[in-house]
Design a protein. Structure first.
Length: 93
């Protein structure tokens, strides 16, 4: 599913919006989520799951082509943990 597909579904299911207005709403939701995650806060969507930013420490690694040891820098990664409701819905069929 793409962002355009999401806009299409919002437009069809909610109604009363033009595609441009639906696209603006979807963009605003994504921008809001991005802003919250950039600050390091987590997003909890009831019945769907949690988006959490985790800090990874630097660690030694290896270049798979040359075998040379390298240091992998510290970084932040986004993780998603689905809710029990979502897990149950995925495993019903």
């Amino acid at each position: 599913m793409t962002k355009a597909d999401i806009v299409e579904r919002v437009c069809d299911r909610v109604g009363g919006f033009s595609k441009k207005e639906a696209a603006d709403i979807v963009d605003e939701v994504f921008d809001s989520m991005k802003a919250v995650l950039e600050t390091g806060d987590k997003i909890k969507i009831s019945g769907f799951g949690n988006f959490v930013v985790c800090d990874k420490k630097p660690r030694p690694g290896r270049n798979p082509q040359t075998g040379q040891e390298i240091m992998i820098e510290a970084r932040r990664v986004l993780t998603f943990k689905p809710s029990n409701v979502l897990k149950a819905a995925l495993n019903e069929g």
